[in-house]
Design a protein around this ligand. Structure first.
Ligand SMILES: NC(=O)c1ccc[n+]([C@@H]2O[C@H](COP(=O)([O-])OP(=O)(O)OC[C@H]3O[C@@H](n4cnc5c(N)ncnc54)[C@H](OP(=O)(O)O)[C@@H]3O)[C@@H](O)[C@H]2O)c1
Length: 332
């Protein structure tokens, strides 16, 4: 089957400027952490990618170790790029990262120049690309001097292996330092990728302010708290869910009675807004103009279709926002 993208793919997706840069990102981007690895079904993830691009999602987020096994999401994505998207490379923003465990020994983890440069070379080979659009340092490294890690990002851009660079999981003060070093090196930091959802709000305590001041974009990951902020766990743990899968990173211990009590109340509010809870949780993140794009996952095309419909209602009344705060803070 030859894939022909929808001619109307740019009609319904809003594109938001990434900090003070020339790059516009779709309000919703798709991540390939789960569901695109060697353990997953080709025809299923192929359909997800087709639907994403047909719906105006131009940004796909990967990392060296996405799978399992490590590297397999990049390999699978590379195959599909070649098969279905080779004519559309210039319509895509493809990102990868290094910073977590990837290969054995002292050079396959954390933040040395040795690791980052070698890892991106491997990622490019797996995806069959000459360059990625964004390359991230995946998490701060307490042992490696920040200057070394940032100069590795700068080098990678100067080598033409990435067009832009970003950081992920850096706290506000670490992010500020990294952003300033990159500025001095002449390779501005494009974007920060933090975990942010209704259930995980540490970024509101300073990071979002730093990013705004510095003109850096923000792309929250796990905006649905890996599926918790949807209607899927309301009545137990479905067999095909991330929490039930041995390869999933959502632990059953994270699905607590207290969480589910909040999820039920949030779900009731979403229904009143004529939305699913997933749609409301995504719209809630988009209300902040400092959020450039929301980085979702999906295990089925139907989930992606559902999540995309959040774009139909992204505004909240003051009363709805208060109700959400009260639920999240367990106020009666
Ligand atoms: N920088 C980092 O350190 C870091 C860390 C983690 C993730 N990320 C990035 O962020 C991306 C997204 O993370 P995530 O997958 O955890 O995001 P998420 O959107 O919070 O969770 C996705 C999961 O939620 C469920 N889901 C999605 N849409 C749904 C819907 N409409 N209705 C019901 N259930 C729905 C599915 O779970 P089931 O599988 O149970 O169906 C899906 O796999 C990753 O792919 C990766 O690119 C980055």
């Amino acid at each position: 089957m030859t894939y022909i993208p929808s001619a109307t793919r740019y009609q319904n997706m809003p594109y938001r400027r990434c900090g003070k840069s020339g790059i516009l990102l779709p309000a919703i981007s798709l991540g390939l952490w789960h569901n695109f690895g060697g353990v997953d079904v080709f025809e299923n993830y192929r359909k997800i990618l087709h639907l994403a691009f047909d719906s105006g999602i131009t940004h796909f987020d990967l990392a060296n170790n996405y799978g399992p096994p490590y590297g397999s999401a990049e390999e699978n994505f590379g195959q599909l790029l070649k098969k279905d998207f080779s004519a559309y490379r210039d319509e895509l923003i493809i990102s990868s990262k290094a910073g977590y465990d990837m290969w054995p020994g002292p050079y396959g983890n954390w933040g040395s120049k040795k690791y980052l440069v070698a890892s991106l070379d491997q990622s490019l080979k797996r995806m069959g690309l000459d360059y990625v659009d964004i390359f991230y340092h995946h998490r701060p490294d307490p042992e490696t001097p920040l200057e070394e890690t940032m100069s590795a990002l700068d080098l990678i851009v100067r080598q033409g292996k990435a067009l832009y660079v970003g950081i992920s999981n850096y706290k506000a003060d670490e992010a500020k330092k990294a952003i300033n070093i990159l500025k001095e090196l002449g390779t501005p930091c494009l974007i920060h990728q933090p975990k942010y959802s209704m259930f995980e709000r540490w970024v509101e305590g300073g990071l979002l302010d730093v990013l705004e001041e510095e003109g850096v974009g923000c792309i929250p990951f796990s905006p649905l708290a890996q599926g918790l902020l949807t209607n899927k766990y309301l009545n137990g743990i479905p067999q095909d869910s991330r929490a039930a899968k041995t390869t999933g990173h959502l632990q059953t211990s994270q699905i607590t009675e207290q969480n589910i009590a909040q999820v039920k109340q949030l779900n009731d509010l979403a229904v009143q807004r004529n939305q699913t809870l997933a749609q409301m949780a995504l719209a809630w993140l988009m209300k902040d103009p400092r959020v450039t794009s929301v980085l979702i996952g999906a295990s089925k095309p139907e989930q992606l279709a559902d999540s995309l419909k959040c774009l139909e209602n992204t505004s909240f009344t003051a009363d709805e926002l208060t109700q959400i705060e009260n639920i999240l803070q367990n106020k009666p």
